[in-house]
Ligand binder design. Structure first.
Ligand SMILES: Nc1ncnc2c1ncn2[C@@H]1O[C@H](COP(=O)(O)OP(=O)(O)O)[C@@H](O)[C@H]1O
Ligand SMILES: [Mg+2]
Length: 252
């Protein structure tokens, strides 16, 4: 298959339109995500942020237009290839979506058991490394998700997302519903994760409505409104945007 150049941009949306019934959620949207950077997509609730993210994963197909991820047109991949391709992504959503009946260790080991041929001893080593990378203490290793705090669960979710060394990390409202201290912890962790993987040029895409945190951790900010990216700027320029929609959003 034809693999396009993706040295500069990890993800490209070209004239993407998505219609649900009579509702046009994404309307001829074109937007490129810089490789190796943190990009946050802001927008009001219902703007279509999660819909956009699902296109990256091939969970939703475009009504028209194309989505190029790491140089590949997602529409050209078979269901089997897409499943394989998803190993290149790490995901952390609002709910960490851990397996309730599995310990910290088993949750993190899950993708390693599922998708690699690592031996048990290697899995143990890898889980240990991942726990360290996200700041999980030894003593949580045999605990169930219900026995650790919300912040710790996020760490487990992040460690699991990082297990297969993803090229792209996707975060959908990772701090929604968390208290301010845990929110700060998660945001620091996102930033730290990107920094630790900068040599691998890991790309991070965050969907959020948490403006303050976004402005602190992002390299680029894009704003989705009426099915289009109405602004896409380096973070410092975004702050100064005179676009009235963005001013209204920033001043909320
Ligand atoms: N599978 C679907 N079927 C029908 N409508 C959907 C579907 N997914 C999302 N929508 C609609 O698309 C719009 C955008 O949703 P979403 O992408 O979840 O917004 P956001 O994440 O920005 O809050 C909403 O009006 C939502 O109801
Ligand atoms: Mg959403």
């Amino acid at each position: 298959m034809n693999i396009r150049d993706h040295d500069e941009y990890a993800i490209e949306f070209n004239n993407l339109t998505k219609v649900f019934g009579e509702h046009t959620v994404l309307n001829d949207l074109s937007f490129k995500v810089h490789r190796g950077k943190i990009t946050t997509i802001l927008g009001f609730s219902g703007a279509g942020k999660s819909t956009l993210l699902k296109h990256i994963l091939g969970l939703i197909k475009p009504t028209s237009g194309e989505v190029i991820v790491l140089g590949r047109d997602i529409a050209e991949l078979s269901e089997l290839r897409i499943r394989e391709f998803r190993k290149k992504f790490g995901m952390l959503f609002q709910y960490a979506a851990l397996f309730d009946s599995l310990s910290t260790f088993e949750n993190i080991a899950f993708p390693l058991r599922e998708f690699t041929k690592l031996k048990e001893i290697e899995i143990q080593g890898k889980v240990g490394e991942l726990m360290k990378a996200v700041g999980l203490a030894e003593h949580s290793i045999h605990k169930l998700p219900s026995e650790i705090s919300g912040g710790m669960r996020k760490r487990v979710g992040l460690a699991r997302a990082l297990a297969l060394e993803p090229e792209i990390m996707l975060y959908d409202e990772p701090t929604t519903g968390l208290d301010p201290i845990t929110t700060k912890m998660v945001n620091d962790l996102i930033k730290e994760t990107a920094k630790n993987n900068v040599d691998k040029r890991m790309t991070s895409v965050i969907i959020s409505h948490d403006v303050e945190a976004t402005l602190k951790i992002s390299d680029y900010v894009a704003f989705l409104e009426n099915g289009q990216m109405v602004e896409h700027l380096p973070v410092n320029e975004f702050r100064k945007s005179q676009n009235p929609i963005i001013r209204r959003f920033l001043e909320l």
